[in-house]
Design a protein around this ligand. Sequence first.
Ligand code: IPE
Ligand code: IPE
Ligand code: MG
Length: 241
Amino acid sequence: MDLEELDRKRMPRHVAIVMDGNGRWAQRRGLPRTEGHAAGEEALLDTVYGAVDAGIDWLTVYAFSTENWKRPRDEVRYLMNFNERLLLTRRQELHGKGIRMRFIGRRDWRVPKRILRRIDETVELTEKNRGLTLTMAFNYGGRAELVDAVRSIAEAGVRPDKISERTIARHLYDPKMPDPELMIRTSGEYRISNFLLWELAYTELLFTEVLWPDFRREHLFAAIGEYQRRERRFGGVQVAE
Ligand code: IPE
Ligand code: IPE
Ligand code: MG
């Protein structure tokens, strides 16, 4: 689908993506699963630049979940190194395009210190940019995020009767991040897998059979086209004019 076919006045402000299917992409080619992760880099960059061209303000991608530590040690190590290298080799290019990079997830002992350092450097490098905000969900889990929010509310000593939905939203990993209007999951899996549990409450969900390494900006535009055809009600009813 072409960008010109979309209604520019009804673009989602925030799109979130579960980048899934790397392992299957590789297996279908008789390659090790890790080759699928490597091939996902091009998909990510094309999608990011497509989002920039579409004028989307926020793009959030699920890069590593709190459950992904269960994978074989070699694959986990590969993913850590892969994400670190991706930051190192791509951040200048992304910075040059005015992209602001952010991270959500748990900074626990399992994440190698040098990766946390790279993350901090990257956030700092790009923090003044005013283009697309690209958020990487890394060692991210929706339940962990809610647990961490509850902990920080308790630590702040907020009185129970003062706790509202806004209080919780303000204690999430990135309080400034708006809720996504659209979530895309690739690879034909129909689940959330612990992604943005709070934030997805009223998000339009779109599932595609395309495996992540094959995903390109055209698929993003097609997903936005589908989103624009949907009627969002937020629990209300559509009143006839
Ligand atoms: C998504 O692809 C990437 C990560 C979870 C890091 P998978 O590795 O889950 O690929 P499949 O689902 O096994 O095909
Ligand atoms: C979700 O994909 C996590 C990421 C894409 C980073 P998974 O492949 O880990 O999810 P499940 O295991 O199919 O639910
Ligand atoms: Mg998967």
